[in-house]
Design a protein around this ligand. Structure first.
Ligand SMILES: NC(=O)c1ccc[n+]([C@@H]2O[C@H](COP(=O)([O-])OP(=O)(O)OC[C@H]3O[C@@H](n4cnc5c(N)ncnc54)[C@H](O)[C@@H]3O)[C@@H](O)[C@H]2O)c1
Ligand SMILES: O=c1ccn([C@@H]2O[C@H](COP(=O)(O)OP(=O)(O)O[C@H]3O[C@H](CO)[C@@H](O)[C@H](O)[C@H]3O)[C@@H](O)[C@H]2O)c(=O)[nH]1
Length: 435
């Protein structure tokens, strides 16, 4: 494909990945952000994110002259073929997505775009946003297209370059096809739809994943009561291709910058449309209970009270493979434990040592985090936790281990003489009292 001139507004996980990957595919990309310090750092290829392959793509793009970072709304916006908007859409009033940043972009750039340009909304926005932008002529004469992003943090570059699907939605089919053509070399199924459907695919996907996890976390609770093993149950379920083997691992709850806000946003959309979506409502409520369920397990492991009890936390990020602490279930659990008087020391492979994350004093080694602990809680599924030296840990205070991710090699931990409490496994204390 002939190199296109592309602007990307917002240089976060999605915008920076989009900009660096399009530059890697040979396009001429300018990436803008309101954060001047971030723009300066990015211009030096200092990306400030833990994303495999992203730093290299950025520095290659800069060196090849295919990628530039600029602050604010540059004059170049009037000269590009595509403007991708990748600014935050956090939870706002009543759970609905807050579109302040998207509005700010339209305000600054809307009437500066050339009529040949396509405005592409990559941010996750409520159904109807594209139609509204078009109807209100926020970008006079410019085609507006929805192109939701499905990348996972920790796999951003890989997911962008090898997507499982590309979804492009617009009432302007020619513009949608121009956007789809940017992904033509990626060998992914491409779906061209109306804008409402494209916007809804994004929410529908994240909410489905969230409901699947709440279902699994509840099944794990049931397994504990019935003497079944959640690992065996999900293995049996996952062999059915209609169910699929992934997204079936119990944990301390689903978190991160997307699933919590997108479930709230779709619920708000359903409420506004007067559609009863109690299924999704229940999935959110189930997830809100999950941190309490973990806290109850830790309290039980500590003998019934957490007042003054030293607790070591392994993993602080919302999942392994990222440095993102936004809406991390690990921190939600930490807050509950701290509220009950536990003294928290934590370690995370991605976190800077010797600083605090909420109520957690962060240290530089898993052994330092756990050396005086009465209870050790595995909260994030970093593979390195499965390789820890359990005999060394047993030589310290002989902590009880609570594994909320069912990650640890149970036999090895028990052979080291440590008591292990997992999620959804038979033979554990039943009915930990949730407060
Ligand atoms: N993080 C993910 O894994 C992911 C995946 C798919 C979709 N999304 C969606 O993509 C959007 C962006 O998410 P993110 O995680 O990349 O956000 P982020 O917070 O990592 O980055 C957003 C960037 O936008 C900048 N910004 C804010 N207002 C701006 C403005 N008016 N003009 C220019 N820049 C501005 C911020 O300074 C920041 O650098 C959200 O709608 C999110 O739901 C995120
Ligand atoms: O079997 C599993 C899988 C995931 N999780 C948890 O679920 C949450 C979300 O995980 P994941 O989906 O991998 O994180 P994100 O990077 O936020 O990605 C989701 O949110 C993005 C932003 O919308 C989408 O683009 C992705 O497709 C979607 O997977 C995390 O807390 C995980 O620990 C589990 O507890 N068990």
């Amino acid at each position: 494909m002939v190199a296109q001139r592309i602007a990307v507004v917002g240089a976060g996980y999605v915008g920076l990945t989009t900009a660096a990957c399009f530059a890697r595919l040979g396009h001429d990309v300018v990436c803008t952000d309101v954060d001047e310090a971030k723009v300066d750092a990015l211009s030096r290829a200092d990306i400030g994110l833990h994303e495999p392959g992203l730093a290299r793509s950025v520095s290659n793009g800069l060196r090849a002259g295919k990628l530039r970072f600029v602050h604010g709304a540059p004059a170049e916006l009037s000269e590009v073929d595509f403007v991708f908007v990748a600014v935050p859409t956090p939870t706002g009033h009543d759970g609905a997505a807050d579109l302040t940043a998207v509005e700010a972009v339209l305000e600054q750039a809307g009437d500066r775009l050339s009529p040949d340009c396509v405005l592409v909304i990559k941010s996750t926005v409520p159904v109807g946003t594209i139609s509204r932008i078009t109807a209100l002529a926020r970008c006079p004469g410019v085609a507006v297209v929805s192109n939701p992003e499905f990348l996972r943090e920790g796999h951003a570059v890989e997911d962008f370059l090898h997507p499982q699907r590309v979804v492009v939605g617009s009432e302007d089919e020619a513009a949608a096809r121009r956007v789809a053509a940017l992904y033509a070399g990626m060998d992914a199924p491409t779906l061209i739809t109306g804008s409402a459907s494209a916007e809804l695919v994004k929410y529908a996907s994240n909410c489905f994943l969230a409901m699947k996890l709440s279902y699994v976390n509840t099944l794990a609770e049931l397994c504990e009561e019935l003497g079944a093993d959640i690992g065996d149950v999900t293995q049996g379920m996952g062999l059915d291709q209609r169910i699929g083997a992934t997204f079936l691992t119990p944990g301390p709850g689903w978190g991160g910058s997307c699933l919590p806000k997108d479930t709230q946003a779709l619920l708000a959309t359903a409420r506004a449309a007067e559609v009863d979506f109690s299924l999704l409502d229940a999935a959110i409520a189930t997830n809100d209970r999950q941190a309490h369920r973990v806290a109850a397990k830790v309290r039980a492991a500590a003998g019934g009270s957490l007042t003054g009890v030293p607790v070591g936390l392994l993993g602080l990020t919302f999942k392994a493979g990222t440095d993102d602490l936004r809406d991390s279930p690990a921190l939600a659990v930490a807050e509950l434990l701290a509220a009950e008087g536990a003294v928290l020391t934590g370690y995370d492979p991605s976190a800077t040592a010797d600083r605090c994350a909420g109520p957690v004093c962060v240290v530089a080694s898993p052994y330092v985090a756990t050396e005086n602990a009465s209870v050790v809680v595995v909260l994030t599924e970093w593979p390195e936790f499965a390789e820890l030296d359990w005999a060394r840990m047993a030589c310290g205070g002989r902590p009880v281990i609570v594994d909320t991710r069912d990650l640890l090699p149970a036999r090895k931990v028990r052979e080291a003489g440590l008591r292990l409490i997992s999620m959804g496994k038979p033979g554990q204390e039943q009915r930990h009292h949730c407060e």
